[in-house]
Design a protein around this ligand. Structure first.
Ligand code: AMP
Length: 284
């Protein structure tokens, strides 16, 4: 695996690759890699000629100082995981390399309604930071395909909008959420949980599944279903629920019970101690 920390060197390498006409697959990450990330790498290896992974803990998408400070950074382990999964190129830039001037950092990307709901509502500025970093990375790497996880459902919609608005010629492949055996969605933040918190963490997925069953069964309004989940979370001493919402899986807009044939997604964000976790399930 070739490792680049400088944008110029990466550019030079990729110019040669482009000349050879290879199909590039790109997997942007913030590192502390787990099997969820690796499933994206594997998908890219299957579908493209050359797989590039980036690791960059992007300061502009963190809206809390503590979250950025405590975000796990495990570069040596990440490198060996990527090597053993035959990743071709790793790009691990510094902040200065990513944001040499204000061009990208100060991008004011119109995320539209996605900025007002769910993650957009609870994490001011987050999606603008995500859009800025991904725009910079896509301009540098110019891949044919970018691989993203369904785990960050709203992020996928934001990035699809970015690509459309800037007319960036890249396809997006969304990969399903990989889970631990007990149902907890894999996440870099899971390693910040205490032993006790980790034991309780699958509660999020079990509540998502409970809500999903109720939606499928019918007979209760979506508000009732939401209220039940909110009450159950309130009774749990370790969790603070930020939101549970039942939304359109197309654009995350609010849905009414009578909107049959509408594919839905149920999204949750909750704090477990100091760690903020998100998860979602599709319905059906
Ligand atoms: P992150 O390092 O958290 O920014 O994630 C990098 C990419 O991996 C994003 O596209 C995520 O949606 C995806 N990802 C994170 N967790 C999982 C998971 N459990 N299963 C599949 N993809 C994931």
């Amino acid at each position: 695996m070739k490792i680049f920390t400088s944008a110029q060197e990466l550019n030079y390498e990729l110019k040669n690759t482009a000349l050879a006409g290879l199909k590039l697959g790109f997997v942007p990450t913030m590192g502390a890699l787990h099997s969820g990330h690796i499933s994206l790498i594997k998908k890219s290896k299957e579908q493209t000629d050359l797989t590039i992974c980036s690791i960059f803990v992007n300061p502009t998408q963190f809206n809390e100082v503590l979250d950025f400070a405590q975000y796990p950074r495990t570069n040596p382990e990440d490198i060996s995981i990527l090597e053993s999964n035959s990743c071709d190129i790793l790009f691990m830039p510094s902040v200065e390399e990513m944001y040499p001037d204000k061009t990208y950092e100060s991008i004011n990307f119109d995320v539209g309604n996605l900025n007002k709901i769910l993650e957009g509502n609870h994490r001011p500025g987050h999606f603008n930071g995500v859009a800025a970093v991904v725009k910079r990375l896509l301009d540098l790497v110019q891949p044919s395909v970018m691989y993203l996880g369904q785990k960050d459902f709203q992020q996928v919609l934001v990035l699809k909008k970015l690509i459309k608005d800037f007319e960036i010629p890249v396809n997006i492949v969304v990969c399903e959420t990989l889970r631990e055996a007990d149902g907890l969605a894999m996440s870099s933040r899971n390693r910040l949980l205490t032993i006790e918190e980790r034991k309780e963490a699958p509660f999020i997925f079990s509540q998502l599944n409970k809500a999903k069953e109720e939606v499928i069964k019918g007979g209760k309004s979506y508000d009732e279903i939401r209220e039940e989940v909110i009450t159950t979370f309130k009774a749990h001493s370790l969790f603070t629920l930020e939101y549970i919402d039942i939304c359109s899986a197309v654009d995350l807009s609010p849905v009414k019970e009578n909107m049959n044939n509408h594919s839905l997604v149920i999204c949750i964000a909750a704090r477990l101690g100091t760690v903020r976790l998100i998860d979602n399930v599709l319905v059906p």
